[in-house]
Ligand binder design. Structure first.
Ligand SMILES: C=CC1=C(C)c2cc3[nH]c(cc4nc(cc5[nH]c(cc1n2)c(C)c5CCC(=O)O)C(CCC(=O)O)=C4C)c(C)c3C=C
Ligand code: FES
Ligand SMILES: [Fe+2]
Length: 391
Protein backbone atom coordinates (compact mmCIF):
# COMPACT_ATOMS: atom_id res chain seq x y z
CA UNK A 1 0.00 0.00 0.00
CA UNK A 2 0.98 3.59 -0.51
CA UNK A 3 2.63 5.11 2.55
CA UNK A 4 1.99 8.63 3.69
CA UNK A 5 4.90 11.00 4.27
CA UNK A 6 5.08 11.97 7.97
CA UNK A 7 2.74 14.94 8.00
CA UNK A 8 2.96 16.72 11.32
CA UNK A 9 5.25 17.14 14.26
CA UNK A 10 4.21 15.75 17.62
CA UNK A 11 2.49 18.16 19.98
CA UNK A 12 3.14 18.49 23.70
CA UNK A 13 0.83 15.54 24.52
CA UNK A 14 2.77 13.22 22.20
CA UNK A 15 -0.14 13.10 19.76
CA UNK A 16 0.33 13.85 16.07
CA UNK A 17 -3.06 15.55 16.01
CA UNK A 18 -5.18 17.47 15.51
CA UNK A 19 -6.51 15.51 12.55
CA UNK A 20 -9.31 16.84 10.35
CA UNK A 21 -11.86 14.19 9.36
CA UNK A 22 -13.71 15.47 6.29
CA UNK A 23 -16.94 13.68 5.34
CA UNK A 24 -17.54 14.04 1.59
CA UNK A 25 -20.95 13.55 0.06
CA UNK A 26 -23.29 15.07 -2.51
CA UNK A 27 -25.45 16.92 0.03
CA UNK A 28 -29.01 18.00 -0.44
CA UNK A 29 -31.13 21.12 -0.11
CA UNK A 30 -32.06 21.73 3.55
CA UNK A 31 -35.09 23.78 2.46
CA UNK A 32 -37.19 23.89 -0.72
CA UNK A 33 -35.73 27.35 -1.45
CA UNK A 34 -32.30 25.75 -1.84
CA UNK A 35 -33.46 23.25 -4.51
CA UNK A 36 -32.68 25.62 -7.41
CA UNK A 37 -29.05 26.16 -6.33
CA UNK A 38 -28.63 22.46 -5.56
CA UNK A 39 -29.79 21.42 -9.03
CA UNK A 40 -27.84 24.14 -10.82
CA UNK A 41 -24.60 22.96 -9.16
CA UNK A 42 -25.50 19.34 -9.93
CA UNK A 43 -26.15 20.00 -13.63
CA UNK A 44 -22.97 22.11 -13.84
CA UNK A 45 -20.88 19.11 -12.73
CA UNK A 46 -19.23 17.61 -15.81
CA UNK A 47 -18.07 14.61 -13.76
CA UNK A 48 -21.71 13.68 -13.06
CA UNK A 49 -23.50 14.98 -16.14
CA UNK A 50 -21.05 15.59 -18.97
CA UNK A 51 -22.55 18.14 -21.36
CA UNK A 52 -19.24 19.23 -22.91
CA UNK A 53 -18.82 22.78 -24.12
CA UNK A 54 -22.57 23.35 -23.76
CA UNK A 55 -22.53 22.59 -20.00
CA UNK A 56 -22.76 26.23 -18.95
CA UNK A 57 -25.77 26.81 -21.29
CA UNK A 58 -27.72 23.55 -21.05
CA UNK A 59 -27.01 22.86 -17.36
CA UNK A 60 -28.89 25.93 -16.05
CA UNK A 61 -31.76 25.29 -18.50
CA UNK A 62 -32.31 21.72 -17.33
CA UNK A 63 -31.93 22.61 -13.67
CA UNK A 64 -34.43 25.47 -13.95
CA UNK A 65 -36.93 23.18 -15.69
CA UNK A 66 -36.55 20.44 -13.06
CA UNK A 67 -36.67 22.72 -10.00
CA UNK A 68 -40.49 22.86 -9.44
CA UNK A 69 -40.84 19.05 -9.73
CA UNK A 70 -37.98 18.36 -7.33
CA UNK A 71 -39.18 21.10 -4.94
CA UNK A 72 -42.48 19.23 -4.67
CA UNK A 73 -40.59 16.03 -3.77
CA UNK A 74 -38.63 17.77 -1.01
CA UNK A 75 -41.84 19.43 0.23
CA UNK A 76 -43.40 15.94 0.43
CA UNK A 77 -40.60 14.65 2.68
CA UNK A 78 -40.89 17.48 5.18
CA UNK A 79 -39.41 20.46 3.33
CA UNK A 80 -35.78 19.44 2.83
CA UNK A 81 -33.08 16.80 2.84
CA UNK A 82 -31.96 15.47 6.23
CA UNK A 83 -28.46 14.71 4.91
CA UNK A 84 -26.76 17.66 6.62
CA UNK A 85 -28.22 16.74 9.99
CA UNK A 86 -27.15 13.09 9.64
CA UNK A 87 -23.68 13.90 8.24
CA UNK A 88 -22.94 16.32 11.08
CA UNK A 89 -24.10 13.82 13.66
CA UNK A 90 -22.25 10.86 12.12
CA UNK A 91 -18.97 12.79 11.75
CA UNK A 92 -19.00 14.28 15.24
CA UNK A 93 -19.98 11.01 16.93
CA UNK A 94 -17.29 9.19 14.95
CA UNK A 95 -14.65 11.71 16.07
CA UNK A 96 -15.61 11.20 19.73
CA UNK A 97 -14.98 7.45 19.36
CA UNK A 98 -11.73 8.05 17.45
CA UNK A 99 -10.36 10.29 20.20
CA UNK A 100 -10.58 7.21 22.44
CA UNK A 101 -9.41 4.54 19.99
CA UNK A 102 -6.70 6.53 18.18
CA UNK A 103 -5.12 8.85 20.77
CA UNK A 104 -1.97 9.14 18.60
CA UNK A 105 -3.85 11.28 16.08
CA UNK A 106 -6.25 13.03 18.51
CA UNK A 107 -8.00 15.35 18.69
CA UNK A 108 -10.08 14.49 15.61
CA UNK A 109 -12.10 17.40 14.25
CA UNK A 110 -15.22 16.71 12.17
CA UNK A 111 -15.90 18.58 8.90
CA UNK A 112 -18.54 18.08 6.20
CA UNK A 113 -17.90 18.91 2.53
CA UNK A 114 -20.86 18.65 0.17
CA UNK A 115 -20.60 18.72 -3.59
CA UNK A 116 -23.89 20.47 -4.41
CA UNK A 117 -25.23 21.99 -1.16
CA UNK A 118 -23.98 23.84 1.90
CA UNK A 119 -21.47 23.35 3.42
CA UNK A 120 -19.68 23.29 0.05
CA UNK A 121 -16.10 22.06 -0.34
CA UNK A 122 -14.76 25.63 -0.56
CA UNK A 123 -16.51 26.58 2.69
CA UNK A 124 -15.09 23.51 4.41
CA UNK A 125 -11.57 24.31 3.13
CA UNK A 126 -11.79 27.92 4.35
CA UNK A 127 -12.83 26.59 7.76
CA UNK A 128 -9.89 24.17 7.82
CA UNK A 129 -7.50 27.05 7.16
CA UNK A 130 -9.21 29.27 9.73
CA UNK A 131 -8.95 26.45 12.27
CA UNK A 132 -5.18 26.32 11.86
CA UNK A 133 -4.69 23.52 9.35
CA UNK A 134 -2.35 24.23 6.41
CA UNK A 135 -1.59 27.84 5.57
CA UNK A 136 2.09 27.24 6.38
CA UNK A 137 1.35 25.24 9.52
CA UNK A 138 0.98 21.78 7.95
CA UNK A 139 -1.39 19.33 9.55
CA UNK A 140 -3.21 16.27 8.42
CA UNK A 141 -6.67 15.87 6.91
CA UNK A 142 -8.52 12.74 5.82
CA UNK A 143 -11.03 12.94 2.98
CA UNK A 144 -13.53 10.27 4.01
CA UNK A 145 -16.04 9.50 1.27
CA UNK A 146 -19.51 8.74 2.55
CA UNK A 147 -20.31 6.77 -0.58
CA UNK A 148 -19.36 3.22 0.44
CA UNK A 149 -18.97 2.18 -3.23
CA UNK A 150 -16.68 4.20 -5.52
CA UNK A 151 -18.06 5.84 -8.63
CA UNK A 152 -16.19 8.43 -10.67
CA UNK A 153 -19.51 10.33 -10.78
CA UNK A 154 -19.76 10.57 -6.98
CA UNK A 155 -16.57 10.10 -4.93
CA UNK A 156 -14.49 10.91 -8.03
CA UNK A 157 -16.39 14.18 -8.47
CA UNK A 158 -15.97 15.12 -4.79
CA UNK A 159 -12.22 14.43 -4.98
CA UNK A 160 -11.93 16.52 -8.16
CA UNK A 161 -13.65 19.37 -6.32
CA UNK A 162 -11.43 18.98 -3.24
CA UNK A 163 -8.32 18.94 -5.42
CA UNK A 164 -9.54 22.08 -7.25
CA UNK A 165 -10.06 24.03 -4.01
CA UNK A 166 -6.85 22.76 -2.52
CA UNK A 167 -4.97 24.17 -5.50
CA UNK A 168 -6.86 27.47 -5.35
CA UNK A 169 -6.46 27.97 -1.62
CA UNK A 170 -3.09 26.36 -0.94
CA UNK A 171 -1.76 26.68 -4.50
CA UNK A 172 1.29 25.23 -6.10
CA UNK A 173 4.49 27.22 -5.82
CA UNK A 174 5.96 28.96 -8.85
CA UNK A 175 8.74 26.37 -8.82
CA UNK A 176 6.17 23.72 -9.73
CA UNK A 177 6.37 21.83 -6.45
CA UNK A 178 3.19 19.86 -5.85
CA UNK A 179 3.22 20.35 -2.08
CA UNK A 180 4.26 23.76 -0.76
CA UNK A 181 5.80 23.81 2.72
CA UNK A 182 3.18 23.87 5.42
CA UNK A 183 0.27 22.78 3.22
CA UNK A 184 -2.25 20.24 4.50
CA UNK A 185 -1.25 16.61 3.94
CA UNK A 186 -4.28 14.78 2.60
CA UNK A 187 -5.11 11.11 2.61
CA UNK A 188 -8.28 9.49 1.31
CA UNK A 189 -10.65 6.76 2.46
CA UNK A 190 -11.97 6.19 -1.03
CA UNK A 191 -14.20 3.08 -0.70
CA UNK A 192 -15.41 0.58 1.87
CA UNK A 193 -18.09 -1.53 0.13
CA UNK A 194 -17.63 -4.66 2.23
CA UNK A 195 -16.40 -3.31 5.55
CA UNK A 196 -17.68 -5.71 8.22
CA UNK A 197 -19.20 -2.88 10.28
CA UNK A 198 -21.13 -1.54 7.27
CA UNK A 199 -22.31 -5.03 6.47
CA UNK A 200 -23.36 -5.64 10.08
CA UNK A 201 -25.29 -2.35 10.22
CA UNK A 202 -27.20 -3.12 6.99
CA UNK A 203 -27.84 -6.74 8.04
CA UNK A 204 -29.22 -5.61 11.40
CA UNK A 205 -31.66 -3.21 9.71
CA UNK A 206 -32.83 -6.08 7.46
CA UNK A 207 -33.29 -8.40 10.44
CA UNK A 208 -35.34 -5.68 12.17
CA UNK A 209 -37.75 -5.85 9.21
CA UNK A 210 -37.73 -9.63 8.82
CA UNK A 211 -38.95 -10.15 12.40
CA UNK A 212 -42.08 -8.16 11.57
CA UNK A 213 -43.29 -11.00 9.28
CA UNK A 214 -44.99 -14.10 10.74
CA UNK A 215 -42.44 -16.84 11.45
CA UNK A 216 -43.94 -19.18 8.83
CA UNK A 217 -43.45 -16.63 6.02
CA UNK A 218 -40.17 -15.11 7.12
CA UNK A 219 -37.71 -17.14 5.06
CA UNK A 220 -39.69 -16.56 1.86
CA UNK A 221 -39.57 -12.77 2.06
CA UNK A 222 -37.63 -11.49 -0.98
CA UNK A 223 -34.82 -9.05 -0.19
CA UNK A 224 -34.56 -6.31 -2.82
CA UNK A 225 -31.32 -4.38 -2.53
CA UNK A 226 -31.69 -1.02 -4.22
CA UNK A 227 -28.87 1.29 -5.35
CA UNK A 228 -28.91 4.52 -7.37
CA UNK A 229 -28.45 3.54 -11.03
CA UNK A 230 -25.73 4.70 -13.44
CA UNK A 231 -26.02 5.63 -17.12
CA UNK A 232 -24.77 2.73 -19.28
CA UNK A 233 -22.19 5.12 -20.77
CA UNK A 234 -20.62 5.36 -17.30
CA UNK A 235 -20.88 1.59 -16.71
CA UNK A 236 -19.24 0.90 -20.08
CA UNK A 237 -16.46 3.39 -19.36
CA UNK A 238 -15.43 0.93 -16.65
CA UNK A 239 -16.80 2.63 -13.53
CA UNK A 240 -16.09 0.50 -10.41
CA UNK A 241 -19.49 1.20 -8.77
CA UNK A 242 -21.65 -1.68 -10.07
CA UNK A 243 -19.09 -4.28 -8.97
CA UNK A 244 -18.64 -2.63 -5.58
CA UNK A 245 -22.40 -2.42 -4.97
CA UNK A 246 -22.62 -6.11 -5.82
CA UNK A 247 -19.82 -6.75 -3.31
CA UNK A 248 -21.85 -5.03 -0.57
CA UNK A 249 -24.93 -7.08 -1.40
CA UNK A 250 -23.07 -10.37 -1.44
CA UNK A 251 -21.33 -9.63 1.85
CA UNK A 252 -24.68 -8.80 3.50
CA UNK A 253 -26.18 -12.04 2.18
CA UNK A 254 -23.19 -13.99 3.48
CA UNK A 255 -23.66 -12.37 6.89
CA UNK A 256 -27.35 -13.38 6.80
CA UNK A 257 -26.38 -16.95 5.89
CA UNK A 258 -28.28 -16.60 2.59
CA UNK A 259 -31.44 -16.91 4.63
CA UNK A 260 -33.70 -15.41 1.93
CA UNK A 261 -33.94 -15.07 -1.85
CA UNK A 262 -32.59 -11.71 -3.04
CA UNK A 263 -32.00 -9.43 -6.02
CA UNK A 264 -30.06 -6.24 -6.64
CA UNK A 265 -31.98 -3.56 -8.53
CA UNK A 266 -31.32 0.05 -9.48
CA UNK A 267 -33.32 3.22 -8.93
CA UNK A 268 -33.59 6.93 -9.73
CA UNK A 269 -32.56 7.03 -13.36
CA UNK A 270 -32.90 10.49 -14.90
CA UNK A 271 -33.43 11.46 -18.56
CA UNK A 272 -33.84 9.48 -21.77
CA UNK A 273 -30.46 7.67 -22.06
CA UNK A 274 -29.96 3.98 -21.18
CA UNK A 275 -29.33 3.28 -17.49
CA UNK A 276 -28.31 0.15 -15.61
CA UNK A 277 -31.38 -1.96 -14.67
CA UNK A 278 -33.54 -3.66 -13.66
CA UNK A 279 -35.29 -0.70 -12.10
CA UNK A 280 -36.48 -0.98 -8.50
CA UNK A 281 -40.04 0.15 -9.27
CA UNK A 282 -40.43 -2.36 -12.16
CA UNK A 283 -39.00 -5.09 -9.97
CA UNK A 284 -41.49 -4.46 -7.18
CA UNK A 285 -44.42 -4.29 -9.61
CA UNK A 286 -43.33 -7.50 -11.35
CA UNK A 287 -42.89 -9.55 -8.18
CA UNK A 288 -46.14 -8.26 -6.69
CA UNK A 289 -47.91 -9.20 -9.95
CA UNK A 290 -46.49 -12.72 -9.60
CA UNK A 291 -47.94 -12.97 -6.11
CA UNK A 292 -44.72 -12.28 -4.21
CA UNK A 293 -46.08 -9.59 -1.93
CA UNK A 294 -43.58 -9.94 0.91
CA UNK A 295 -40.60 -7.82 -0.08
CA UNK A 296 -38.06 -5.81 1.90
CA UNK A 297 -36.43 -2.97 -0.07
CA UNK A 298 -32.93 -2.21 1.21
CA UNK A 299 -31.10 1.01 0.27
CA UNK A 300 -27.38 0.10 -0.03
CA UNK A 301 -25.56 2.97 -1.74
CA UNK A 302 -26.42 5.87 0.53
CA UNK A 303 -25.80 6.09 4.24
CA UNK A 304 -28.65 8.38 5.27
CA UNK A 305 -32.19 9.17 4.22
CA UNK A 306 -32.76 11.32 1.13
CA UNK A 307 -35.48 11.81 -1.49
CA UNK A 308 -34.66 8.46 -2.98
CA UNK A 309 -35.64 6.60 0.17
CA UNK A 310 -38.22 8.96 1.64
CA UNK A 311 -39.93 9.96 -1.61
CA UNK A 312 -39.10 7.47 -4.34
CA UNK A 313 -39.23 4.27 -2.29
CA UNK A 314 -41.61 5.21 0.53
CA UNK A 315 -44.08 7.27 -1.48
CA UNK A 316 -43.80 6.28 -5.16
CA UNK A 317 -42.89 2.59 -4.87
CA UNK A 318 -44.59 1.57 -1.62
CA UNK A 319 -47.69 3.75 -1.80
CA UNK A 320 -48.26 3.64 -5.54
CA UNK A 321 -46.62 0.56 -7.15
CA UNK A 322 -47.27 -1.63 -4.10
CA UNK A 323 -50.44 0.05 -2.85
CA UNK A 324 -52.53 -2.30 -0.77
CA UNK A 325 -49.66 -4.72 -0.08
CA UNK A 326 -48.50 -4.19 3.50
CA UNK A 327 -45.90 -6.96 3.07
CA UNK A 328 -43.81 -4.57 0.93
CA UNK A 329 -41.52 -2.82 3.43
CA UNK A 330 -38.26 -0.91 3.56
CA UNK A 331 -35.22 -1.42 5.76
CA UNK A 332 -34.18 1.72 7.64
CA UNK A 333 -31.34 3.86 6.31
CA UNK A 334 -28.18 3.90 8.42
CA UNK A 335 -28.69 7.48 9.76
CA UNK A 336 -27.81 7.35 13.50
CA UNK A 337 -27.25 3.56 13.69
CA UNK A 338 -24.67 3.06 16.47
CA UNK A 339 -23.30 0.00 14.65
CA UNK A 340 -22.73 2.16 11.60
CA UNK A 341 -21.08 5.01 13.53
CA UNK A 342 -18.78 2.49 15.21
CA UNK A 343 -17.97 1.11 11.73
CA UNK A 344 -16.99 4.59 10.54
CA UNK A 345 -14.70 4.96 13.56
CA UNK A 346 -13.12 1.54 12.96
CA UNK A 347 -12.52 2.37 9.31
CA UNK A 348 -10.98 5.73 10.17
CA UNK A 349 -8.77 4.28 12.92
CA UNK A 350 -7.45 1.56 10.58
CA UNK A 351 -6.79 4.15 7.89
CA UNK A 352 -4.95 6.51 10.25
CA UNK A 353 -2.83 3.68 11.64
CA UNK A 354 -2.03 2.23 8.22
CA UNK A 355 -0.21 5.34 7.03
CA UNK A 356 -1.73 4.75 3.59
CA UNK A 357 -2.61 7.73 1.42
CA UNK A 358 -5.44 5.90 -0.39
CA UNK A 359 -6.39 2.44 -1.67
CA UNK A 360 -4.45 0.84 -4.51
CA UNK A 361 -7.58 1.05 -6.67
CA UNK A 362 -7.26 4.85 -6.74
CA UNK A 363 -4.23 4.64 -9.01
CA UNK A 364 -6.07 2.78 -11.75
CA UNK A 365 -8.29 4.93 -13.94
CA UNK A 366 -11.31 3.59 -15.78
CA UNK A 367 -10.51 1.92 -19.10
CA UNK A 368 -12.52 4.57 -20.94
CA UNK A 369 -11.42 7.60 -18.89
CA UNK A 370 -10.50 10.63 -20.98
CA UNK A 371 -10.73 13.18 -18.19
CA UNK A 372 -7.71 15.37 -17.54
CA UNK A 373 -9.29 16.29 -14.17
CA UNK A 374 -9.42 12.65 -13.06
CA UNK A 375 -5.81 12.13 -14.06
CA UNK A 376 -4.48 15.20 -12.27
CA UNK A 377 -6.61 14.64 -9.18
CA UNK A 378 -5.46 11.04 -8.88
CA UNK A 379 -1.85 12.05 -9.40
CA UNK A 380 -2.24 14.48 -6.51
CA UNK A 381 -3.91 12.14 -3.99
CA UNK A 382 -1.97 9.04 -5.00
CA UNK A 383 1.19 11.12 -5.30
CA UNK A 384 1.06 12.13 -1.64
CA UNK A 385 2.66 8.72 -1.12
CA UNK A 386 5.20 8.78 -3.99
CA UNK A 387 4.86 5.01 -4.18
CA UNK A 388 2.24 4.47 -6.85
CA UNK A 389 1.88 5.90 -10.31
CA UNK A 390 -1.47 6.60 -11.93
CA UNK A 391 -2.44 4.48 -14.91
C1 LIG B 1 -24.41 6.40 -4.79
C2 LIG B 1 -25.35 7.14 -5.11
C3 LIG B 1 -25.49 7.90 -6.37
C4 LIG B 1 -24.93 7.71 -7.64
C5 LIG B 1 -23.95 6.65 -8.10
C6 LIG B 1 -25.44 8.74 -8.46
C7 LIG B 1 -25.14 8.90 -9.82
C8 LIG B 1 -25.78 9.78 -10.65
N1 LIG B 1 -26.82 10.65 -10.36
C9 LIG B 1 -27.19 11.37 -11.47
C10 LIG B 1 -28.18 12.36 -11.56
C11 LIG B 1 -28.92 12.88 -10.47
N2 LIG B 1 -28.89 12.46 -9.17
C12 LIG B 1 -29.73 13.24 -8.42
C13 LIG B 1 -29.99 13.13 -7.07
C14 LIG B 1 -29.39 12.19 -6.23
N3 LIG B 1 -28.40 11.29 -6.56
C15 LIG B 1 -28.07 10.52 -5.46
C16 LIG B 1 -27.12 9.51 -5.38
C17 LIG B 1 -26.33 9.04 -6.44
N4 LIG B 1 -26.28 9.52 -7.71
C18 LIG B 1 -28.91 10.98 -4.38
C19 LIG B 1 -28.88 10.43 -3.00
C20 LIG B 1 -29.70 12.01 -4.85
C21 LIG B 1 -30.77 12.79 -4.08
C22 LIG B 1 -30.21 13.77 -3.13
C23 LIG B 1 -31.15 13.98 -1.96
O1 LIG B 1 -30.88 14.84 -1.13
O2 LIG B 1 -32.15 13.36 -1.82
C24 LIG B 1 -30.32 14.21 -9.25
C25 LIG B 1 -31.26 15.34 -8.76
C26 LIG B 1 -32.66 14.94 -8.58
C27 LIG B 1 -33.36 14.94 -9.91
O3 LIG B 1 -33.24 15.94 -10.64
O4 LIG B 1 -34.00 13.95 -10.22
C28 LIG B 1 -29.83 14.00 -10.54
C29 LIG B 1 -30.15 14.78 -11.77
C30 LIG B 1 -26.34 10.92 -12.54
C31 LIG B 1 -26.41 11.46 -13.94
C32 LIG B 1 -25.48 9.95 -12.02
C33 LIG B 1 -24.40 9.18 -12.67
C34 LIG B 1 -23.66 9.60 -13.64
S1 FES C 1 -13.82 8.40 -15.35
FE1 FES C 1 -13.16 6.85 -13.99
S2 FES C 1 -11.09 7.42 -13.61
FE2 FES C 1 -11.78 9.03 -14.91
FE1 LIG D 1 -27.82 10.79 -8.53
Amino acid sequence: MATLAPPVTQNSTGSKGPTAMVFMNMGGPSTTDEVGDFLSRLFADGDLIPLGRLQSYIGPLISRRRTPKIQKQYAAIGGGSPIRKWSELQSSEMCKILDQTSPETAPHKPYVAFRYANPLTEEMYERLLADGFGGGKGGRAVAFTQYPQYSCSTTGSSLNELWKWRNRLEGKRATGETQPDGAITWSVIDRWPAHPGLIEAIAKNIEDQLVTYPMAKRKDVVLLFSAHSLPMSVVNRGDPYPAEVAATVYAVMQRLGFSNPYRLCWQSQVGPSAWLGAQTSDTVREYVKRGQTDLVIIPVAFTSDHIETLYEIDQEVMHEDAKGYPGVKRAASLNDSPIFIQALADLARDHLQSGESCSRQMALRCQGCTSERCLEQKKFFVGQSNLLSVL
